[in-house]
Unconditional design. Structure first.
Length: 440
C-alpha cells in the first residue's frame, strides 16, 4: 500500500551492520510488524555516511558490533552530518552500558538484540511521533504541494498534451506556483511540445544525490511563458542508468512539493521500474488517460490492478477519456462498465488542432483557450483543484460553483466483450454505426 493511499508515510530505514544475520533478523521483524517501509543495509561502516546521505533515511539503526568502526563515534557523526534523521542504537544483551553513551552521542534511543517485532514497532512509533511533533507548522505547510500523475496504458494516447495543458490551466485557475515534470524517460516530449531549449534536466540533480537543495532545483528548472516551471528529462540515451534511484527521485519530489503548490508529472506509459514507483507513491491523484480504442481498453484493466495493488482507491485514480468523440470510438458508458470506474472527464477529439499546437510549441490552454479541447482540460483542472482542496477545507466557493454535477454511469450491457472475440457479432459496420450514435 502506498503512503498517499493509506494516509501513512512510507519510512526509509537504514541499517548499518557488518552482520548479514542482523540484517535478516531486522528485515523479518519489520515484515512482521506490518510497518510500511523501505529497508536499506550497509555492511561497510566507512560507507555509512555516504549511503545515508544518498538514501535520505527517516531512521538509521547502528549495530554496536562493528569491527571496522566505533559505533558510538559513528552515531555522533550521522547525527551531525545527516539532516532530519533519527538514529537508534542496536545493542546486544551484554552491551547495555553502551546505551547511555549512544544517547549522549545523539541517538534517540536503542533496541536490544535479538530484535522483537513488538518492541521494534513501539520504538519506531515513539521516535516518529516525537519527530512529527518537533516539526513546526511552517514546515508542515511547506510540504503540502499536491502531486498529480498522468499515465497511460497505451502509447500515443496524448498523455504529454494533457499533462501540459492541465499544468497551465492549474496555473491560470489558482495563480499558484506549478511545476511540471517530464518523467517519461524513454520517450520525453515536454521540451519539444513546449518549445523549450535547455541543457539542464533532471540528470543534473540525480547526480548530486542527497546534496540537492531548493536553490539547485531552481537552477535546473526551465521557466515557460505560461508561468509554470518545467523539469525536463534527458534524451533517451541511457544517461539516467544507475542514478534514478527511488531515494534520489523521492528527495527531488519532496523539494518540489515544498516549492510548488502543484506538481504535475507526465509519467507516460509506466514501466515496471523503481522510478515510476517513486513518483506514484507520492501521488495525490493519478489521472489515467484512455482513448476509446480496443487496445487501450485491453491494457487498462492491467494498469488498474497494479494501481489497486499499490493501495490506490477508486477516488484517487481518475479515469479520463481522450478523443472521446472520435468517429468509431467505444462509447464512454461502455468503457465505464468495462473498467468499473466513473469517467471523470471527456476530452473531445480535435487531432488536427492538437497536432498543430504541439508542432507550434504553444499549449492549447494558452493559444486556443476557447477550443473544445482547451475548455475540457480546464474543466478537468478545476475538478482536480476542487477535489484536492476539499480534503483540507480550502475549496474556494467560486471554484465549487463552477463545477458541473457528476454524472452517474449508465447501466447497460457492455459491448466490450468483443475483447475476447476478434470483432463480435456486429463486425466493423456495427462498431462504426455505434460510434456515430455518440459517446454519451
Amino acid at each position: 500500500m502506498t503512503a498517499k493511499a493509506s494516509g501513512r508515510a512510507w519510512r526509509r530505514i537504514l541499517l548499518i551492520s557488518e552482520s548479514e544475520g542482523t540484517s535478516d533478523e531486522l528485515g523479518q521483524a519489520l515484515a512482521e510488524t506490518g510497518f510500511e517501509h523501505q529497508f536499506f543495509w550497509v555492511s561497510q561502516p566507512d560507507l555509512a555516511l555516504s549511503r545515508a546521505q544518498d538514501t535520505a533515511p527517516d531512521i538509521i539503526l547502528v549495530d554496536d558490533e562493528l569491527e571496522g568502526a566505533n559505533a558510538i563515534a559513528l552515531i555522533a557523526q550521522l547525527v551531525r552530518r545527516v539532516p532530519r534523521v533519527e538514529v537508534l542504537a542496536l545493542l546486544g544483551a551484554g552491551a547495555v552500558a553502551k546505551a547511555s553513551q549512544a544517547v549522549l552521542s545523539g541517538a534517540r534511543g536503542f533496541i536490544m538484540k535479538p530484535v522483537q517485532p513488538d518492541e521494534l514497532m513501539t520504538t519506531l512509533e515513539h521516535v516518529l511521533t516525537h519527530r512529527s511533533s518537533a516539526e513546526s507548522p511552517a514546515e508542515e505547510q511547506a510540504s503540502k504541494g499536491r502531486v498529480i500523475i498522468f499515465c497511460i496504458p497505451k502509447g500515443g494516447t496524448g498523455c504529454s498534451t494533457l499533462a501540459i495543458n492541465t499544468a497551465v490551466s492549474l496555473r491560470m485557475i489558482t495563480g499558484q506556483p506549478v511545476a511540471l515534470i517530464d518523467a517519461d524517460y524513454l520517450a520525453p516530449a515536454l521540451d519539444v511540445a513546449l518549445n523549450l531549449r535547455s541543457e539542464r534536466n533532471i540528470s543534473d540533480l540525480l547526480l548530486r544525490g542527497a546534496g540537492v537543495d531548493e536553490e539547485l532545483v531552481m537552477g535546473v528548472l526551465v521557466g515557460h511563458a505560461s508561468g509554470i516551471q518545467v523539469l525536463l528529462a534527458p534524451l533517451p540515451t541511457g544517461q539516467l542508468t544507475g542514478t534514478a534511484s527511488p531515494p534520489r527521485l523521492h528527495h527531488i519530489l519532496v523539494l518540489l512539493q515544498r516549492m510548488f503548490a502543484w506538481v504535475v508529472v507526465d509519467l507516460g506509459l509506466p514501466r515496471c521500474d523503481h522510478s515510476a514507483r517513486a513518483f506514484m507513491d507520492e501521488a495525490d491523484r493519478i489521472v489515467m488517460l484512455v482513448s476509446p480504442e480496443m487496445v487501450a481498453l485491453r491494457n487498462a484493466p492491467l494498469m488498474l490492478r497494479r494501481l489497486q495493488a499499490r493501495g490506490f482507491s477508486d477516488d484517487k485514480v481518475w479515469l479520463v477519456i481522450n478523443r472521446a468523440t472520435m468517429r468509431g470510438g467505444i462509447r464512454v458508458r461502455d468503457i465505464e462498465e468495462r473498467l468499473h470506474l466513473v469517467v471523470r472527464q471527456r476530452i473531445p477529439d480535435d487531432q488536427a488542432l492538437t497536432t498543430y499546437s504541439i508542432n507550434l510549441g504553444v499549449p492549447l490552454a494558452m493559444g486556443y483557450r476557447r477550443s473544445a479541447v482547451a475548455l475540457a482540460v480546464r474543466e478537468l483542472a478545476q475538478r482536480l483543484v476542487t477535489d484536492l482542496l476539499a480534503e483540507t477545507a480550502e475549496t474556494p466557493k467560486e471554484w465549487r460553483a463552477q463545477m458541473p454535477a457528476k454524472k452517474e454511469p449508465a447501466s447497460m450491457r457492455s459491448l466490450l466483450n468483443r475483447l475476447v472475440p476478434a470483432w463480435g457479432r456486429r463486425g466493423r459496420r456495427g462498431l462504426a454505426k455505434q460510434g456515430q450514435e455518440g459517446t454519451s
